[in-house]
Design a protein around this ligand. Structure first.
Ligand SMILES: [Zn+2]
Ligand SMILES: [Zn+2]
Length: 343
C-alpha cells in the first residue's frame, strides 16, 4: 500500500552553521512532476560540509541528495507509475547551456545539487522531474537501495579508466566510496587489488570484498611492491579526498599508470610530487558526478547481486534523530549512515 500525500511533512533543515532542525513544512505540489515519498536517505560528506557551513548556499535549506522512495503521484507523462521504487538523480541541469547540449548535463554550467543549491531529499516527500527517476528493481534491499546514488558516481568514475584483469590496482581510502570502488574493481576481474586505510576493520571489510592485499598508509609502498613485482600500480584510486592521499596515489602509481582522483579535493598545501607526474607520464582522471546511464549500471549490478551493499550501512536513525545521524557520520566507526523517513 502506497502512502498518500499529507498536507505537512517532516524535513531536516540546516538553518545556520552546525545548526540543524527537524521541522514541519508544507508538502510540495508536484505540478507536472512526480511526487515521491522518501523511505530512506543517506548522509554523505557533502551534507556534513553544508551542515557546517563549509559549503555556502541558501539557508534554511532541506539537506540531502541520496535517497530511495516510492512514487506517490506520477508525473504528467506517466513515465514511472505510482508504487514504483525509485532513486532521484540529484543533479539539476538547465538543458540549455553548451555542456547540456553536448550531452554532458552532469557538468551543466547552470546546474546544481539537491540539498546544496536547493531543497534536498531529507524530507518525507520530494518532487522531481520524471526523467530524474531511476526505478530500483525488487530484490535490492532498502539498505542497498540507499547506496545506489553513491554507487552511480563510482560507476561514472570507473568508466573513465581502462583496467584489465591482469592489472595491479590500489585503492587509497576505504570509506563508503573506496569500498564501492574495491567491489567494482573485483567485479571487473581485478585480482591484484590492494586496499589502503588506517582502520583495521575497514581493511578487513576490503579483504572480505575480494581485495588480495591490504595495507596501512605506512606499509602501502612495501605491500604494493610485493603485489606488483616492484612495478607499482597500473591504476591508483584516491578515495579519501585529501592532498596527502592524492600524493600517495601518484607515488604508488607505476610508470605509465593512471590515477583516478575520486575524492573531492579543495585547496591543499602539501606540494604534490609533480616530478613523478612527469617522469612516470601518469594519466590523472578527476571525474565529476554521474550520468543517467551510470545510475542504471549501478542499479543493474545491485539487482544482479554482484555487489555487497548492505554491509556498508552501519547506522540507521529515525528522522527525529537527524542530529545524531550527523554526529555518527563524522565518527570513524561509521560507513554509510541512513535516516529513515518512513515513520
Ligand atoms: Zn553524496
Ligand atoms: Zn546546462
Amino acid at each position: 500500500m502506497v502512502a498518500q500525500r499529507e498536507n505537512n511533512m517532516k524535513a531536516i533543515q540546516v538553518v545556520g552553521p552546525s545548526q540543524l532542525e527537524v521541522v514541519e513544512i508544507p508538502t510540495p505540489e508536484a505540478g507536472r512532476d512526480a511526487l515521491v515519498r522518501v523511505h530512506r536517505a543517506g548522509v554523505c560528506g557533502t551534507d556534513v560540509k553544508v551542515f557546517k557551513g563549509q559549503i555556502p548556499g541558501p539557508r534554511p535549506i532541506v539537506m540531502g541528495h541520496e535517497m530511495v522512495g516510492t512514487v506517490v503521484e506520477p508525473g504528467s507523462r506517466g513515465l514511472v507509475a505510482a508504487g514504483e521504487r525509485v532513486l532521484i538523480d540529484p543533479a539539476t541541469a538547465c538543458g540549455y547551456c553548451d555542456l547540456c547540449r553536448r550531452g554532458r548535463p552532469h557538468l551543466c554550467r547552470n546546474g546544481g545539487l539537491l540539498g546544496r543549491d536547493g531543497d534536498g531529499v531529507f524530507s518525507e516527500f520530494v518532487v522531481a522531474p520524471e526523467e530524474k527517476l531511476h526505478v530500483i528493481p525488487e530484490g535490492v534491499s532498502e539498505d542497498a537501495a540507499s547506496l545506489l546514488q553513491v554507487l552511480g558516481t563510482c560507476v561514472h568514475a570507473q568508466r573513465a579508466v581502462s583496467v584489465f584483469p591482469t592489472d595491479t590496482v590500489v585503492v587509497i581510502g576505504l570509506g563508503v566510496s573506496g569500498l564501492l570502488h574495491v567491489q567494482l574493481l573485483v567485479a571487473r576481474g581485478i585480482d591484484r587489488l590492494m586496499g589502503v586505510t588506517r582502520s583495521q576493520w575497514k581493511l578487513d571489510l576490503a579483504s572480505e570484498f575480494g581485495a588480495a592485499a591490504t595495507a596501512t598508509i605506512e606499509s602501502a609502498e612495501e605491500g604494493l611492491a610485493n603485489l606488483s613485482d616492484g612495478r607499482g600500480a597500473d591504476l591508483a584510486v584516491e578515495a579519501a579526498g585529501v592532498e596527502a592521499t592524492l600524493s600517495q596515489a601518484i607515488k604508488l602509481a607505476g610508470t605509465g599508470g593512471e590515477v583516478l582522483v575520486f575524492g573531492t579535493l579543495t585547496g591543499g598545501d602539501q606540494g604534490l610530487p609533480y616530478y613523478d607526474l612527469y617522469h612516470k607520464e601518469l594519466t590523472i582522471y578527476n571525474p565529476r558526478a554521474a550520468t543517467p546511464t551510470d545510475y542504471d549500471a549501478g542499479i543493474a549490478l545491485a539487482a544482479r547481486g554482484r555487489l555487497r551493499l548492505d554491509d556498508l550501512v552501519t547506522h540507521r536513525f529515525a528522522v527525529d534523530d537527524g542530529a545524531d545521524a550527523f554526529q555518527a557520520v563524522q565518527e570513524s566507526d561509521s560507513l554509510k549512515v541512513v535516516i529513515d523517513f518512513s515513520g
